[in-house]
Design a binder for this molecule. Structure first.
Ligand code: LLP
Length: 425
C-alpha cells in the first residue's frame, strides 16, 4: 500500500520511493521514468481472492498480459496461482517462471500453429486448456494434436451474450465481440468436437470484460456457463473446470468496485447449487492482483504557462503508460517527496509527457506551490509496462521490485544508445 512518512514522502511496500532514485540516500540511482511494484501486496491480493472461494476447488489463473515481469509471475506462482496467457510468448514465459503446464490456460482468437503445438506439447499432457474461440479453431487444433500424436485439452470460450458495464474497448462478452463462440454456434462446436478424436473438452468459459465495478453481469454470465456445463454433462463425461474469466475492477479514484473475493463467493455459491461443486472454478484476474500495487515515478522536466493554463511536463509519457491516451483513463498523480494537497486545495496543473501527440496528456492534477520536482502516477501496476513502447525514440522505462521492505530486483531501462544501435543497424 502507498503511504506517507512523517515528512510526507511517499512510501510503497515499506520503501521510501524517493530514496530509490537518490544515490545520496544509498539508492541504486535508477533513472525515472520507473515503475515500482510492491510484490508482497500482489501476493496478498491473490491470497485474499483465494479465500473468497472457501472450500470450493479453484484456480486463480493470473492474466499475464496485465504485468509479465518474471519477479511477479514467480511470486504469484509461489502463492498458488496459475496463468492465463494469450500468446506463445506469454506461454513460454509462464513455463520459464516455473508455472506448471497443468495450471495454464491459453486464450486467443488467432493462435498460430507453432503456438498451438507449444501448448499441446508442454509437459506430460499439455496445458490445462486451450480456450477455443471459434468453431473453426477446433479442426485446427485437431490437426495439430493428430500431427503431434497428443490429445489437446480444450475449453470452449462462450460469448454469454452479456454486455459488461465497462469501457467499450475492454468489453468482450457481447455478441459482436471478436472473442469466443456465440451461444447459437455452440451446437456446431459440439459437433466439431465429436469429429475431433484428438481434442478433449475439459471445460467451458467466458470473459465478459475488464475493470468490472460490480458482480451483477459477471454472475449472470456465470449462470449461463454453469447451465451450459450441466447440459453438456447430461450426455457426456463430467467436465473438469468452468472458467469464469477475469475483469475484477480496481479503484482508480472514482469509486470502489466490488472486491474480487465477493465475485469468488458468488461463483462458489452458484457452482455448488448447480451440483457442480467438484469442478474446478477458474478465474483469470490480471488488474485486480497487480494494478493498485504499482506506481510510475517521474521527474518534472519543466513547467509552462500558456494563457490561464499551467502545464507540468514530466519525463514519463504515453509510451510509458498508454491507458490515459488509449482509453481516456485517469490515474491520480501526486508529489513523490511531499504530502499531496488536501482534497479541493492546491492549484490545478495539466500534467503531460514529452511525446509528440496531443493525447500524451495525463489530465489535470492539483499541486501546492511550488509544484513538486518528482511525481508518482498511481495504480499503474497493470497494463502499464506491458503496453509500453519505444515510440518517439524513448526507451522502455525501468522497473523496480520491492519485497519484504526492500528492493529485490531492478531492470534498468536499456537506454538511448541501445535504441539508436538497434534502429541504425
Ligand atoms: N482473461 C481474458 C480472456 C482477457 O481477455 C483478459 C483481459 C483478462 C482475463 C484479464 O482481465 P483483467 O482481470 O485484468 O481485467 N489494456 C486494458 C485491459 C485489456 C484487458 C484485455 N483482456 C486496460 O488497460 O484497461
Amino acid at each position: 500500500m502507498l503511504t506517507r512518512d512523517a515528512r510526507g514522502a511517499a512510501v510503497l511496500g515499506g520503501v521510501r520511493l524517493g530514496d530509490l532514485f537518490d544515490v545520496a540516500a544509498g539508492g541504486e540511482a535508477v533513472r525515472t521514468p520507473a515503475y515500482v511494484y510492491d510484490v508482497d501486496a500482489m501476493v496478498a491480493a491473490a491470497r485474499e481472492l483465494g479465500r473468497g472461494f472457501g472450500p470450493q476447488s479453484h484456480l486463480i489463473a493470473y492474466a499475464v498480459k496485465a504485468n509479465s515481469a518474471g519477479v511477479i509471475l514467480r511470486a504469484l506462482a509461489e502463492a498458488g496461482c496459475g496463468a492465463d496467457v494469450v500468446s506463445g510468448g506469454e506461454l513460454g514465459l509462464a513455463l520459464a517462471c516455473g508455472i506448471s503446464p497443468d495450471r495454464i490456460l491459453y486464450s486467443g482468437v488467432a493462435k498460430q500453429d507453432p503456438e498451438i503445438d507449444r501448448a499441446i506439447g508442454a509437459g506430460e499432457r499439455g496445458i490445462l486448456a486451450l480456450e477455443i474461440e471459434s468453431v473453426e479453431e477446433i479442426a485446427r487444433v485437431e490437426a495439430r494434436a493428430a500431427a503431434l500424436g497428443r490429445i489437446a485439452r480444450v475449453s470452449l470460450r462462450i460469448k454469454p451474450g452479456i454486455v459488461a458495464d465497462t469501457h467499450a474497448h475492454i468489453a468482450t462478452g457481447h455478441d459482436e465481440a471478436k472473442f469466443g463462440i456465440a451461444q447459437a454456434d455452440v451446437p456446431a462446436a459440439f459437433a466439431a468436437l465429436a469429429a475431433a478424436p484428438h481434442v478433449r473438452l475439459v471445460g467451458v468459459g467466458s470473459h465478459i470484460g475488464s475493470q468490472l465495478m460490480r458482480a451483477t453481469e459477471y454472475l449472470a454470465a456465470a449462470d449461463v456457463l454453469i447451465e451450459l456445463a450441466r447440459e453438456r454433462e447430461t450426455t457426456h463425461a463430467p467436465l473438469e473446470l468452468v472458467d469464469f474469466g477475469g475483469g475484477f475492477g480496481i479503484d482508480y479514484g472514482d469509486g470502489s468496485p466490488t472486491p474480487p473475493g465477493e465475485f469468488a463467493e458468488g461463483i462458489s455459491a452458484r457452482i455448488a447449487r448447480a451440483g457442480l461443486g467438484a469442478r474446478t472454478a477458474v478465474v483469470e484476474p490480471g488488474r485486480a492482483l497487480v494494478g493498485a500495487h504499482g506506481v510510475l515515478c517521474a521527474t518534472v522536466v519543466m513547467t509552462k504557462r500558456s494563457g490561464d493554463r499551467r502545464w507540468l511536463f514530466i519525463d514519463a509519457g504515453m509510451n510509458d503508460l498508454l491507458r490515459p491516451a488509449l482509453y481516456g483513463a485517469r490515474h491520480h498523480i501526486e508529489p513523490l517527496d511531499q504530502v499531496p494537497p488536501a482534497p479541493g486545495a492546491g492549484r490545478p496543473w495539466a500534467v503531460a509527457g514529452p511525446v509528440c501527440e496531443s493525447s500524451d496528456d495525463f489530465g489535470e492534477h492539483a499541486f501546492d506551490d511550488p509544484p513538486p520536482a518528482r511525481v508518482l502516477i498511481r495504480d499503474a501496476g497493470a497494463y502499464g509496462y506491458t503496453m509500453a513502447s519505444e515510440y518517439n525514440g524513448r526507451p522502455l522505462p525501468a522497473e523496480i521490485f520491492l519485497r519484504g521492505g526492500r528492493m529485490v530486483a531492478v531492470t534498468k531501462s536499456r537506454g538511448i544508445a541501445a535504441w539508436i544501435a538497434d534502429r541504425s543497424g
